[in-house]
Design a protein. Sequence first.
Length: 399
Amino acid sequence: MKPLLKEKTVLEFQSGNFRDLFPALENNPGIIYFDNAATTQIPESVLSAIQKYYESHAANPGRGSYDWADEAEEITAQTRDALANLVNAGDTDGIIFTNGATMGLNMVAQCWARHNLSPGDEILLCPSDHHSMVLPWEELAKEKGLVIRPYRLHANGSINLADLQGRISHRTKLCCVTHVNNTAGWVNDLAAIRKSLPEGAALNVDAAQSISHAPVNMQAHGVDFLSFSGHKMFALGGIGALCVSPRVRETMHPVFFGGGMADYRDGNPVYKKMEAGSPNMAGIVSLKAACAFLSGIHINPLKELTGHLYKRLLVNPRIDMLYEQKPYALDRLAGIASFTIEGWNSGELGDVLADNGIFVRTGRHCAGVRESVRISLQLYSSMDEIEKACDILDNLSEM
């Protein structure tokens, strides 16, 4: 069969011309894609890996004694290894495949907290985080009599560490933290948060927005649970991972039961009792290829792009940023800016930008914040694209 996709050269990849590595962007040169916090585009190296798998040896891992099944098993193991290296998990035993960050965050509540927390135990939580982080704990707290201790953010969207520390008590059992808030874009200091917690408290991190450019170092940061989605790191939708540290693995209990679990025993890798049924092999293949793509990035312009975006937005007197940012702190932001413009609702602004080929997010972004427009960048974004979007915003007439 003739290859569906052509391979880019290493030279092209290392040159920083990232847009040409993504077929959807290369095939739509008039589109500016600024909705990367929702989902990233997929590079052709990932698409090629999926195509090759299904054209040459698609099979179910661990379900046969033939070469194709062995190959699928090897790909699965290699993907766990790649993810463990990406987040410095230490080993692969705690790398659990999920269908995305939402599933991983819910598994922390259902597979760990339900079995290990008692009435009156306390959970530190930020109410303005993504609903996938907040709602599972609100529901479990009502059911089990747990206490949610809400902590605040600073005006710039970073975690208010002093406020968080003030909520800690001898009943604190879990701290839920978003590494990069999906509306603020601030990269939070996980090491400082871990240091402030009691030794016995677990640290639960949502890394959905950071996984593609600021991966969490689980061992160095003392992270116990780490959740992320493939479709925010250049892989397919419907795949992700929950990474679990050694100290909490044996206290986890499955909520799904089925194939592959009958022979589980204590001491086996925890993923063997958490992954019932046939795996999402297309997603797993895409995760492996996405990790390879990320490891090959030597030039990442995201920091410079973020700084330029904010500097352009902050000079527009009509723009009201969802979070207050100062020019000297822009290097702590990760490609996300949320704002409103006087006289326009977010949907209207989104329509105007879309009419000009600029795709952004509008609304509340699945978080406990007011409606806004969200621009979210990736390594294939450019200064020229930012200029075009900001020029349109600068020249909006009053409605």
